[in-house]
Design a protein around this ligand. Sequence first.
Ligand code: AHR
Length: 675
Amino acid sequence: MEKRVNRTAAIGLLATLALFVSEGDSWAGELAEKRLMVQSAAGETKVPETLYGIFFEDINFAADGGLYAEMVKNRSFEFYDPFMGWEIAGNVKVRDDGPFENNPHYLRLAPADNRWRQTAIQNGGFCGMGLKKEACYHFSIWARTVDGVAPQTLRVELGESDADTWGQMVAVGKVEVSTSQWKRYALELKPSRNCNAGFIRIFLEGDRSVDVEHVSLFPEDVWKGRENGMRRDLVEALADLHPGVFRFPGGCVVEGVDLNTRYQWKKTLGPVENRPVMENRWQFTFQQRFYPDYYQSHGIGFYEFFLLAEDLGAEPLPVVNAGLICQFMADSESQHAPISDLGGYIQDALDLIEFANGDQTTRWGRMRAELGHPEPFGLKYLGIGNEQWGREYVERLALFVKAIRKAHPEIQLIGSSGPSPEGKEFESLWPEMARLKMDLVDEHCYRDEAWFAKSASRYDSYDRNAPHVFAGEYACHCRENGRNRFDAALLEAAFMTGIDRNSDVVAMATYAPLLAHCQAWQWRPDLIWFDNSTVIKSASYYVQRIFSEYKGTERLKLTCNGLELYGGPAQDSLYASAVCDRRRGACIIKVVNLSDNDQDIHLDLRSIAKGQFPRGEVVMFRADDSEADNTLENPNRVTPEVRPMTREECNNSSFTSPARSLSVYLFYDRALKCQ
Ligand code: AHR
């Protein structure tokens, strides 16, 4: 690590600090007011557009049951028990010679053996279906008649098992199955009332059998009204983060628990009926949070991921499997792809670049055009491997790098520094990443309060000539059970002032995980929680949003009472960063006060527009209880507030930074705006 730590600078700072303190001017003592002085930074100061982004992985039911708006669980009957997610009545049998090669199972509904009984199937979605009164729902089903007698009728009902309501059904419709050939039938349903735990029921009405396959229900109100769409409320929450980069599809999901279950992007394209359904590795990763019904339908596949990145205005950053399975779970090296088999894995990566960027004369560029996007997606970044380490990773990575550099020198390649932000793997991987001339190195920082409190200075000493950093996964895990809480979010904010200050070396940062179903999560804390009707933005979400929204366009240097501001107890737990935003025409200062005391601060902006500002705003984020967070019951418990600065504040820029708060001070001046 010697190369990466600027020890001289660190010792220099300590010496200055010692002198400062020995002279009697302590941060907390006589100098009650902190003078935060903004100075123009020397050298390259541009803030990367990618600095704050999002990382999507299908964990915590983030895809099926989450972002993917499909409401039917196990719609193709491909879970290890084909009836999982379904309740059946009457005469229902599973068959496996269906019309979709990759998902061959379907159901045969035959008449019940008694005229009082009925044959029906019922699906309760993902912990119930959230149905909205008068909203339109698109039902579809593949079906065929069996006995040569057509048409046969299927009755489709939406309902809720609600003890307070006498009639359970909230919408009814019929499908006439008209032929013995497999065909898709569709129907619109409008519930007569709201349901949070709704279900769908399909009855066989006639006296002849009908085969059914790929049963689907989507709300009409999805993101951009697209078919096979995503939940609008969730995508809007992502869009509000203004992500500059979008990493997908994992995470450990990229690795799989064996090579068969690794993520294979080519299998996620084309008609959803034929995208292979497979178990999700988070189904069984934590015994205490076992979800045997957690599968991946790949309804959101790589085409949808690229489209979403484009919608969000974020750079797409796919991660490909490096020929290694999850090294936490691998019992032996022999479970990895042998080097001699790596050609196919590398070709997958090259084909992915062609899929994203190739013109229509190329095989994969044509595929993208046929799917509906003739223009290239403009891929610039590619991650190779998730949390990999050791010799087995480095030797495989080298082969990927060689082949991709040769064919696509324009693509920036991202390597792994292992699962931890320090330690043996980390220390040995960084020099290897430098040797392989990776453009960026992915660091994963799931750490406790103490780590976050001290790590705002982490990147100050990184070697500016080494690969850049992608803080690809990070979150403050409170020792108490990993719950989301306001004070963890505040610690993340303190850490992020260090990212702001070092955006010449940290090019991108993404919190993880992004999404979690309140009733079906495996990992916490998470950025956004949801159930079938509600989206809950955590305190961490608001921190991400604030840093992203106010990331600025140029880095500015900031000192506090003459010293560089690193944060930490020696500096009264005050953390801060400064940027200029040429788009807004504003100088922006973020201040995190982790201490239990209010602190008076004076913002000295004389180096910027002579320190005279006609207008300003203050964004204040704090909580009355630092252990609190937003919940289903109280989704707006902690939210930031924005207020205009008073004339006096604009003139003398003195403020009180409240105990345990994040505040952002925006000073507007037309002269700062880019012309
Ligand atoms: O974010 C959850 C998991 O944490 C990711 O899948 C993995 O990369 C890390 O261990």
